[in-house]
Design a protein around this ligand. Structure first.
Ligand SMILES: NC(=O)c1ccc[n+]([C@@H]2O[C@H](COP(=O)([O-])OP(=O)(O)OC[C@H]3O[C@@H](n4cnc5c(N)ncnc54)[C@H](OP(=O)(O)O)[C@@H]3O)[C@@H](O)[C@H]2O)c1
Length: 338
């Protein structure tokens, strides 16, 4: 048990955000971690990680492979993906690490991947890939890139992989959000930024807010706990994504940033820890459930949560059966393509 001054300092530091999201925050929070939480053997588990060739996704894939899992690296670049595949195999001695090409910003790429996957059971899906572009870019589907990569793509992937996830026992979906989402209220009025000037940081935070809400909605729709959905934020970690998308922030904070393994810690924990079986629909930071709002003004407007769900389903071109979440005797809720 830590002393009163230490606890008071911890509370003060956490409320500052700066000394919570940074490396010192991780070092302080990890004192409460249970040492045996990650003393697990994931042999026989199949874990899929998007954006696994870089930063947090790579650190998570590495750790899951180290724990014995079969790890699929879902990457858009064959070249970068092959390097990660080779390096993780070499470093962990786990040959069950494989690259699969997948572009989260492309509907056809996600559908093709789901077809290739067939009926293979999936124990863990980590929706980690994310972008923060500094200008408005449109995907081949006509969607703004941040929305496509951070929201629509992961939603479609999760939907298409539901039968695979439900085909494993106790499947876990981990959605990687961001503390940046605390600054934004869900705003569905112009998600593709067609009628307003583009603000990359706001667009990013909006999508990260949407990811957290969708995690709660998925969990509500699957209360039987055969599958759990959780979201997390990593604090601030030194990754290629941060140094390239936020160069000024990176220059200012680089000596205080977490390393990628520290940033990925809660992803790995949510994917692997046995003690948390059944936890679903929560937002986690450094292995603790945390509030999804720090400000009153970011609370969702009435009806927006349902609208978000409906919009994502519509964009995915899918319908879930009315009894979504109820396991059918023969298998799973079937997805009906429109
Ligand atoms: N680092 C932090 O401090 C921090 C803080 C809050 C939240 N996050 C979140 O953590 C996640 C990982 O970020 P990171 O910091 O590790 O950044 P990163 O180093 O840039 O890694 C992002 C990964 O996503 C992949 N990716 C991007 N677009 C993709 C697409 N269309 N299809 C497939 N993969 C795609 C990238 O692939 P390429 O290599 O091909 O570009 C890369 O592998 C993101 O969701 C980010 O929002 C990070």
């Amino acid at each position: 048990m830590s002393s009163l001054p230490t606890r008071l300092w911890g509370r003060l530091a956490d409320s500052s955000i700066y000394f919570s999201f940074d490396r010192t925050g991780f070092e302080r929070h990890q004192r409460a971690f249970r040492p045996d939480d990650l003393a697990v053997d994931l042999t026989g588990k199949r874990c899929l990680v998007t954006g696994a060739n870089s930063g947090l996704g790579r650190a998570a894939a590495h750790a899951l492979a180290h724990l014995g899992a079969e790890v699929w690296l879902l990457c858009r670049s064959e070249e970068r993906g092959k390097v990660a595949e080779h390096d993780i195999r070499e470093a962990t001695g786990n040959p069950r690490v494989r690259l699969e090409l997948l572009d989260l910003a492309s509907r056809s790429s996600i559908l093709a991947f789901a077809d290739r996957l067939g009926e293979t059971p999936v124990d863990v899906l980590v929706n980690n890939a994310g972008v923060l572009p500094d200008r408005r870019l449109e995907t081949e589907d006509g969607w703004e890139l941040t929305w496509a990569t951070n929201v629509a793509g992961p939603f479609l992937l999760t939907s298409k992989l539901l039968p695979n996830l439900l085909g494993a026992s106790g499947a876990r979906v981990v959605n990687v959000s961001s503390g940046g989402m605390y600054s934004q209220q869900l705003d569905l009025r112009d998600i593709h930024w067609r009628n307003k000037s583009f603000d990359g940081v706001a667009a990013y935070a909006q999508t990260k807010r949407a990811e957290v809400i969708l995690t709660e909605l998925w969990a509500e729709r699957f209360p039987d706990r055969d599958i759990v959905f959780n979201s997390m934020h990593p604090g601030w970690a030194d990754t290629p994504g941060v140094s390239s998308s936020l160069p000024r922030f990176w220059r200012f904070t680089k000596n205080r940033l977490r390393n990628p393994r520290q940033g990925a810690d809660t992803i790995i924990w949510l994917a692997a820890c046995e003690r948390i079986v059944g936890e679903s629909g929560k937002f986690w930071f450094d292995r603790r459930p945390v509030s999804t709002h720090l400000l009153k003004r970011t609370r969702e407007r009435s009806g927006d949560r349902q609208r978000l769900w409906d919009l994502c389903l519509e964009q995915a071109g899918l319908e879930l059966p009315e009894i979504i979440g109820r396991r059918e005797a023969s298998g799973f809720p079937k997805l009906i393509e429109n």
